[in-house]
Design a protein around this ligand. Structure first.
Ligand SMILES: Nc1ncnc2c1ncn2[C@@H]1O[C@H](COP(=O)(O)OP(=O)(O)OP(=O)(O)O)[C@@H](O)[C@H]1O
Ligand SMILES: [Mg+2]
Length: 255
């Protein structure tokens, strides 16, 4: 991916395009890469359901099976909204994060993400657990971008979880903020990796294997989007003992 970008840049330079054009090209390429990247989670969920339906085992009376169908519907809606964002940007000729902040209840956004990725969780044989407060958790943020961030963190947690383990998605109120945490029981991160994993195309030192693939764009996007919303994102982890990715967002007064 890095090579492809520098190749195109070089081409643009050779064609004597000015710096603004090169910058616009970079920005557009990054925007499109991030969109394509974030389609992976919902598509994986839809693929699981399709495979399941084709296996002939589907039983609408079974709660797990019914949850898979809901997951597929949710994942389809996710896919539509991500594609719509791309089309809107193309229409406006503006390939940058365009935040549309409004008041949202974080419980809905977190629950929707968990629903959308239930199909992937099933595929990885990992259980997704939600721990949400009873009271509304109101923040002023862009719900579309936050959903993409949480999807990314859940998808990472699933990819790094051994079969049969759990991923816990928790939402708590802390001082004047709400903190969302996505905690897994996977391999965790060493200190060096913690410093670099939010950088573009960084995958730390974890060796890629058949189960775990990627390009290192997810956490870069998460940081970009959360910082643009005025929040904070970080990881807490001890190597070998799982990881907990956390997002803090300023709480708004609820009526
Ligand atoms: N839950 C996790 N447990 C352990 N390491 C993680 C976890 N989430 C992310 N990482 C580390 O951070 C790196 C960067 O994550 P990021 O989501 O940016 O990229 P990726 O998942 O490798 O690829 P992709 O571009 O498909 O998201 C990962 O390659 C991995 O080394
Ligand atoms: Mg990722």
């Amino acid at each position: 991916m890095n090579n492809a970008i520098s190749h195109h840049k070089e081409k643009a330079n050779n064609n004597h395009l000015n710096n603004d054009a090169i910058k616009l090209f970079d920005q557009t390429l990054e925007f499109v890469s991030l969109i394509v990247h974030d389609l992976q989670g919902p598509i994986a969920s839809m693929k699981t359901l399709t495979k399941f339906l084709m296996s002939g085992k589907y039983n609408p009376e079974n709660d797990t099976h019914a949850a898979l169908v809901r997951s597929c519907k949710n994942a389809l809606e996710r896919t539509e909204s991500i594609i719509q964002d791309l089309l809107d940007s193309a229409d406006q000729g503006d390939f940058a994060l365009r935040l549309n902040n409004d008041l949202c209840d974080l419980r809905d956004i977190v629950k929707n993400s968990a629903d959308a990725l239930a199909g992937s969780a099933y595929d990885y044989a990992v259980s997704l657990r939600l721990d949400l407060p009873k009271k509304p958790a109101i923040v002023k943020i862009d719900r579309y971008y936050l959903a993409r961030v949480i999807d990314n963190l859940i998808f990472n947690a699933l990819k790094h979880s051994p079969c049969g383990k759990s991923v816990i998605i928790r939402l708590v109120s802390h001082n004047s903020e709400y903190v969302i945490s996505i905690t897994d029981q996977g391999s965790g991160l060493n200190e060096d990796d913690k410093d670099v994993i939010f950088d573009k195309y960084s995958q730390g030192s974890l060796r890629k294997n058949g189960k775990y693939r990627g390009v290192g764009l997810g956490l870069y996007f998460c940081k970009l989007a959360i910082c643009a919303m005025g929040g904070r994102i970080w990881v807490e982890s001890t190597s070998g003992e799982g990881a907990s990715f956390k997002i803090a967002l300023k709480a708004e007064e609820s009526d």
